[in-house]
Design a protein around this ligand. Structure first.
Ligand SMILES: Nc1ncnc2c1ncn2[C@@H]1O[C@H](COP(=O)(O)OP(=O)(O)OP(=O)(O)O)[C@@H](O)[C@H]1O
Length: 252
């Protein structure tokens, strides 16, 4: 499907007089893998909070899949197809990889109700396809607690994928990962973005360089620059506030 899936228009968030985001405009396409970067405090997390309905706008509007979601609740927004994976893994360590996905696919049920209810053929198929995608098919019966940090992150991405999001929001997915895990995560995100849109907040510039199609750079609540990796890397303002003087914020 071609076209714009997410419209962020004139987005402004005011926390008691402090503008964490100011008149921000940005558009994400169907099937796009977008990276959002910027120094600490730039407003990246606040922007994800706005998209998933956790933080309400002071001004502006958000349109997702042709519907305005500015005033919708978090719950309604999830149901419409926006899922978010936070930085810290929140898988159930005492359940197996399969059981974690089983819970996620039946997201509106409680743990016990989910585990004692048979999956539909479609749900089972979705879980098995996801296990292949996230590279954990051989670990399906393993307790999530015994997975490596990287595998836990992939499981958690899988827990979002079985909910069939149109737009997946990820907060620093490769933080703490080995080089090999980081590479595998990049390939996974590329694969996911073949059918969905993905917005990734990231500080790891090598990862951004290797996998970004388009990058949005934020600074002090505004967009500093937006475009290809080459464009943002050579932008003097970006070099000044992020890649240059703000080096302490960037993992190389
Ligand atoms: N609930 C809140 N109330 C008041 N100020 C807030 C609130 N949430 C965030 N802020 C402020 O808004 C600014 C943007 O914060 P935000 O967490 O969005 O930045 P960020 O780009 O995600 O930074 P980091 O890379 O450190 O996570 C910061 O100055 C922060 O202190």
């Amino acid at each position: 499907m071609a076209g714009t899936i997410l419209y962020l228009e004139n987005v402004t968030v005011d926390f008691d007089g402090f503008k964490a985001i100011q008149n921000l405009n940005s558009y994400i396409e169907y099937g796009e893998l977008r990276f959002l970067i910027g120094p600490n405090g730039a407003g990246k997390t606040t922007l994800l909070d706005v998209i998933c309905g956790k933080t309400k706008l002071t001004e502006g509007r958000v349109i997702f899949d042709n519907t305005e979601i500015t005033r919708k609740s978090e719950h309604e927004i999830v149901k419409m197809g926006i899922c978010r994976k936070f930085q810290t893994p929140s898988v159930f360590n005492n359940l197996t990889v399969f059981e974690n996905l089983e819970l996620a696919v039946q997201k509106h049920r409680g743990i016990l109700a989910s585990l004692f209810r048979n999956l539909t053929a479609e749900q089972a198929e979705k879980i098995n396809a996801t296990l292949e995608n996230i590279g954990l098919a051989d670990q399906a019966g393993v307790k999530a607690g015994s997975l490596s940090h990287g595998q836990k992150q992939w499981l958690e991405i899988g827990m979002q994928l079985v909910q069939d999001p149109e737009l997946l929001l990820l907060d620093e997915p490769v933080a703490g990962m080995t080089k090999k895990e980081t590479e595998k995560t990049g390939q996974l995100l590329r694969e996911i973005a073949k059918n969905r849109s993905v917005l990734v907040v990231e500080h790891d510039m090598e990862f951004v360089r290797n996998f970004a199609q388009k990058v949005t750079v934020m600074h002090e609540g505004k967009i500093l620059c937006e475009g290809t990796v080459d464009k943002v890397q050579s932008d003097p303002k970006v070099i000044e506030v992020y890649l240059g003087r703000g080096r302490e914020n960037v993992k190389h």
